[in-house]
Design a protein around this ligand. Structure first.
Ligand code: CUA
Length: 334
């Protein structure tokens, strides 16, 4: 009856094709439930209004089948919504293994998009957006069509939120933590990208675009972007200049120093001094840099100083990226 996408733009994200149907299902369940509950309420209020002749004799004390019905039916409907929603949520939250990575950083009041695999960066400020639009160049975040993208977000100052309605994607980006989302654009074009957390007076400067290019056009775009000035910060330089190598080995088979070896550490289960196990991911690495005493690896002492505030947000992300790729085929040259 209603257009399945209601007031939203056409969905061009292969990973969230089901979410509009779920939205309409929840909308219709809500409309029907409201009609049933409010209808019954109004009918009863009218029937038993003061002075009506409706019989008040022997009011029912209980009604087993009615109670079973109003327990079982809503539970079943909520169960459907839960499993349907959880399934789609997982699809849109867990990136495929071969996804291309883009790092997004929100700050007052623009976005920085880093392409670590391709080695370039886009800064989507109000000025660059206008300039690119005037020159007919792609605006904002630029991605290839028919490609899974892993979007890893952080924020340099306050809470921001990446929202791309045409991708049915909305994910907060937060200081001191990484949030991951994923999409797979199915159609070339230009779509809106908003910041959907009020982040200060120039919050609206964070309005930009996502430009989806054909694979060929994207390859050409990358080539041009690579030729232009500074790319992202190199994490191996941050590692060297911060003195990390004094305590941590980074090559295969090297003896561990005062701290554990960081070679091929990412994704590993690590035993802690408390007997707990953690998976080494971006957030654990970050915590260990900023607050090293929080989760100490079994066999080591609480000797590492905190690096909180000593690295810029960009250096922090570059360093974590470098540590993540150590010992994998993506490893950066040292
Ligand atoms: Cu950033 Cu609102």
């Amino acid at each position: 009856m209603f257009d399945a996408r209601f007031w939203m733009p056409e969905s061009v994200n292969a990973l969230t094709q089901g979410s509009d149907a779920l939205f309409m299902f929840i909308l219709w369940v809500s409309l029907v439930s409201t009609a049933v509950v409010v209808g019954a309420m109004m009918w009863l209020a009218f029937r038993y209004r003061p002075g009506s002749s409706a019989s008040r004799d022997r009011p029912p004390r209980d009604h087993l089948w009615l109670e079973i019905t109003w327990t079982v039916v809503p539970t079943a409907i909520l169960g459907v919504i839960f499993f349907w929603g959880a399934r789609d949520f997982i699809t849109m939250s867990v990136p495929p293994a071969d996804a291309m990575e883009i790092r997004v950083m929100g700050q007052k009041w623009f976005w920085t998009f880093d392409y670590p695999e391709q080695g370039f960066r886009i800064q989507a400020t109000e000025e660059t957006n206008e300039k690119n639009a005037a020159e007919g160049k792609p605006v904002g975040l630029v991605v290839p069509v028919d490609t899974s993208v892993r979007l890893v977000g952080s924020a340099a100052d306050v809470l921001h939120s990446v929202s791309i309605p045409a991708f049915r994607l909305k994910k907060d980006v937060i200081p001191n933590r990484y949030t991951t989302s994923t999409f797979h654009a199915t159609k070339e074009g230009e779509y809106d990208l908003f910041c959907t957390e009020y982040c200060g007076t120039k919050h609206s400067n964070m309005i930009t675009k996502v430009t989806v290019l054909s694979q060929d056009a994207f390859a050409a775009y990358v080539e041009e972007a690579q030729e232009q000035a500074a790319g992202p910060v190199d994490g191996s330089n941050v590692f060297a200049s911060s003195g990390c190598a004094g305590c941590h080995a980074v090559v295969e088979g090297a003896p561990a120093g005062i701290g554990p070896s960081l070679y091929a550490a990412y994704g590993r289960d690590e035993m802690l001094t408390t007997g707990e196990t953690v998976v080494i991911d971006e957030n654990y690495i970050r915590e260990s840099i900023e607050n090293p005493a929080a989760k100490i690896v079994e066999g080591y002492g609480p000797v590492m100083p905190s690096y909180a505030g000593r690295l810029s947000e960009e250096e922090m992300t570059a360093l974590i990226l470098y540590l993540r790729d150590l010992g994998t085929d993506k490893e950066a040259p040292i």
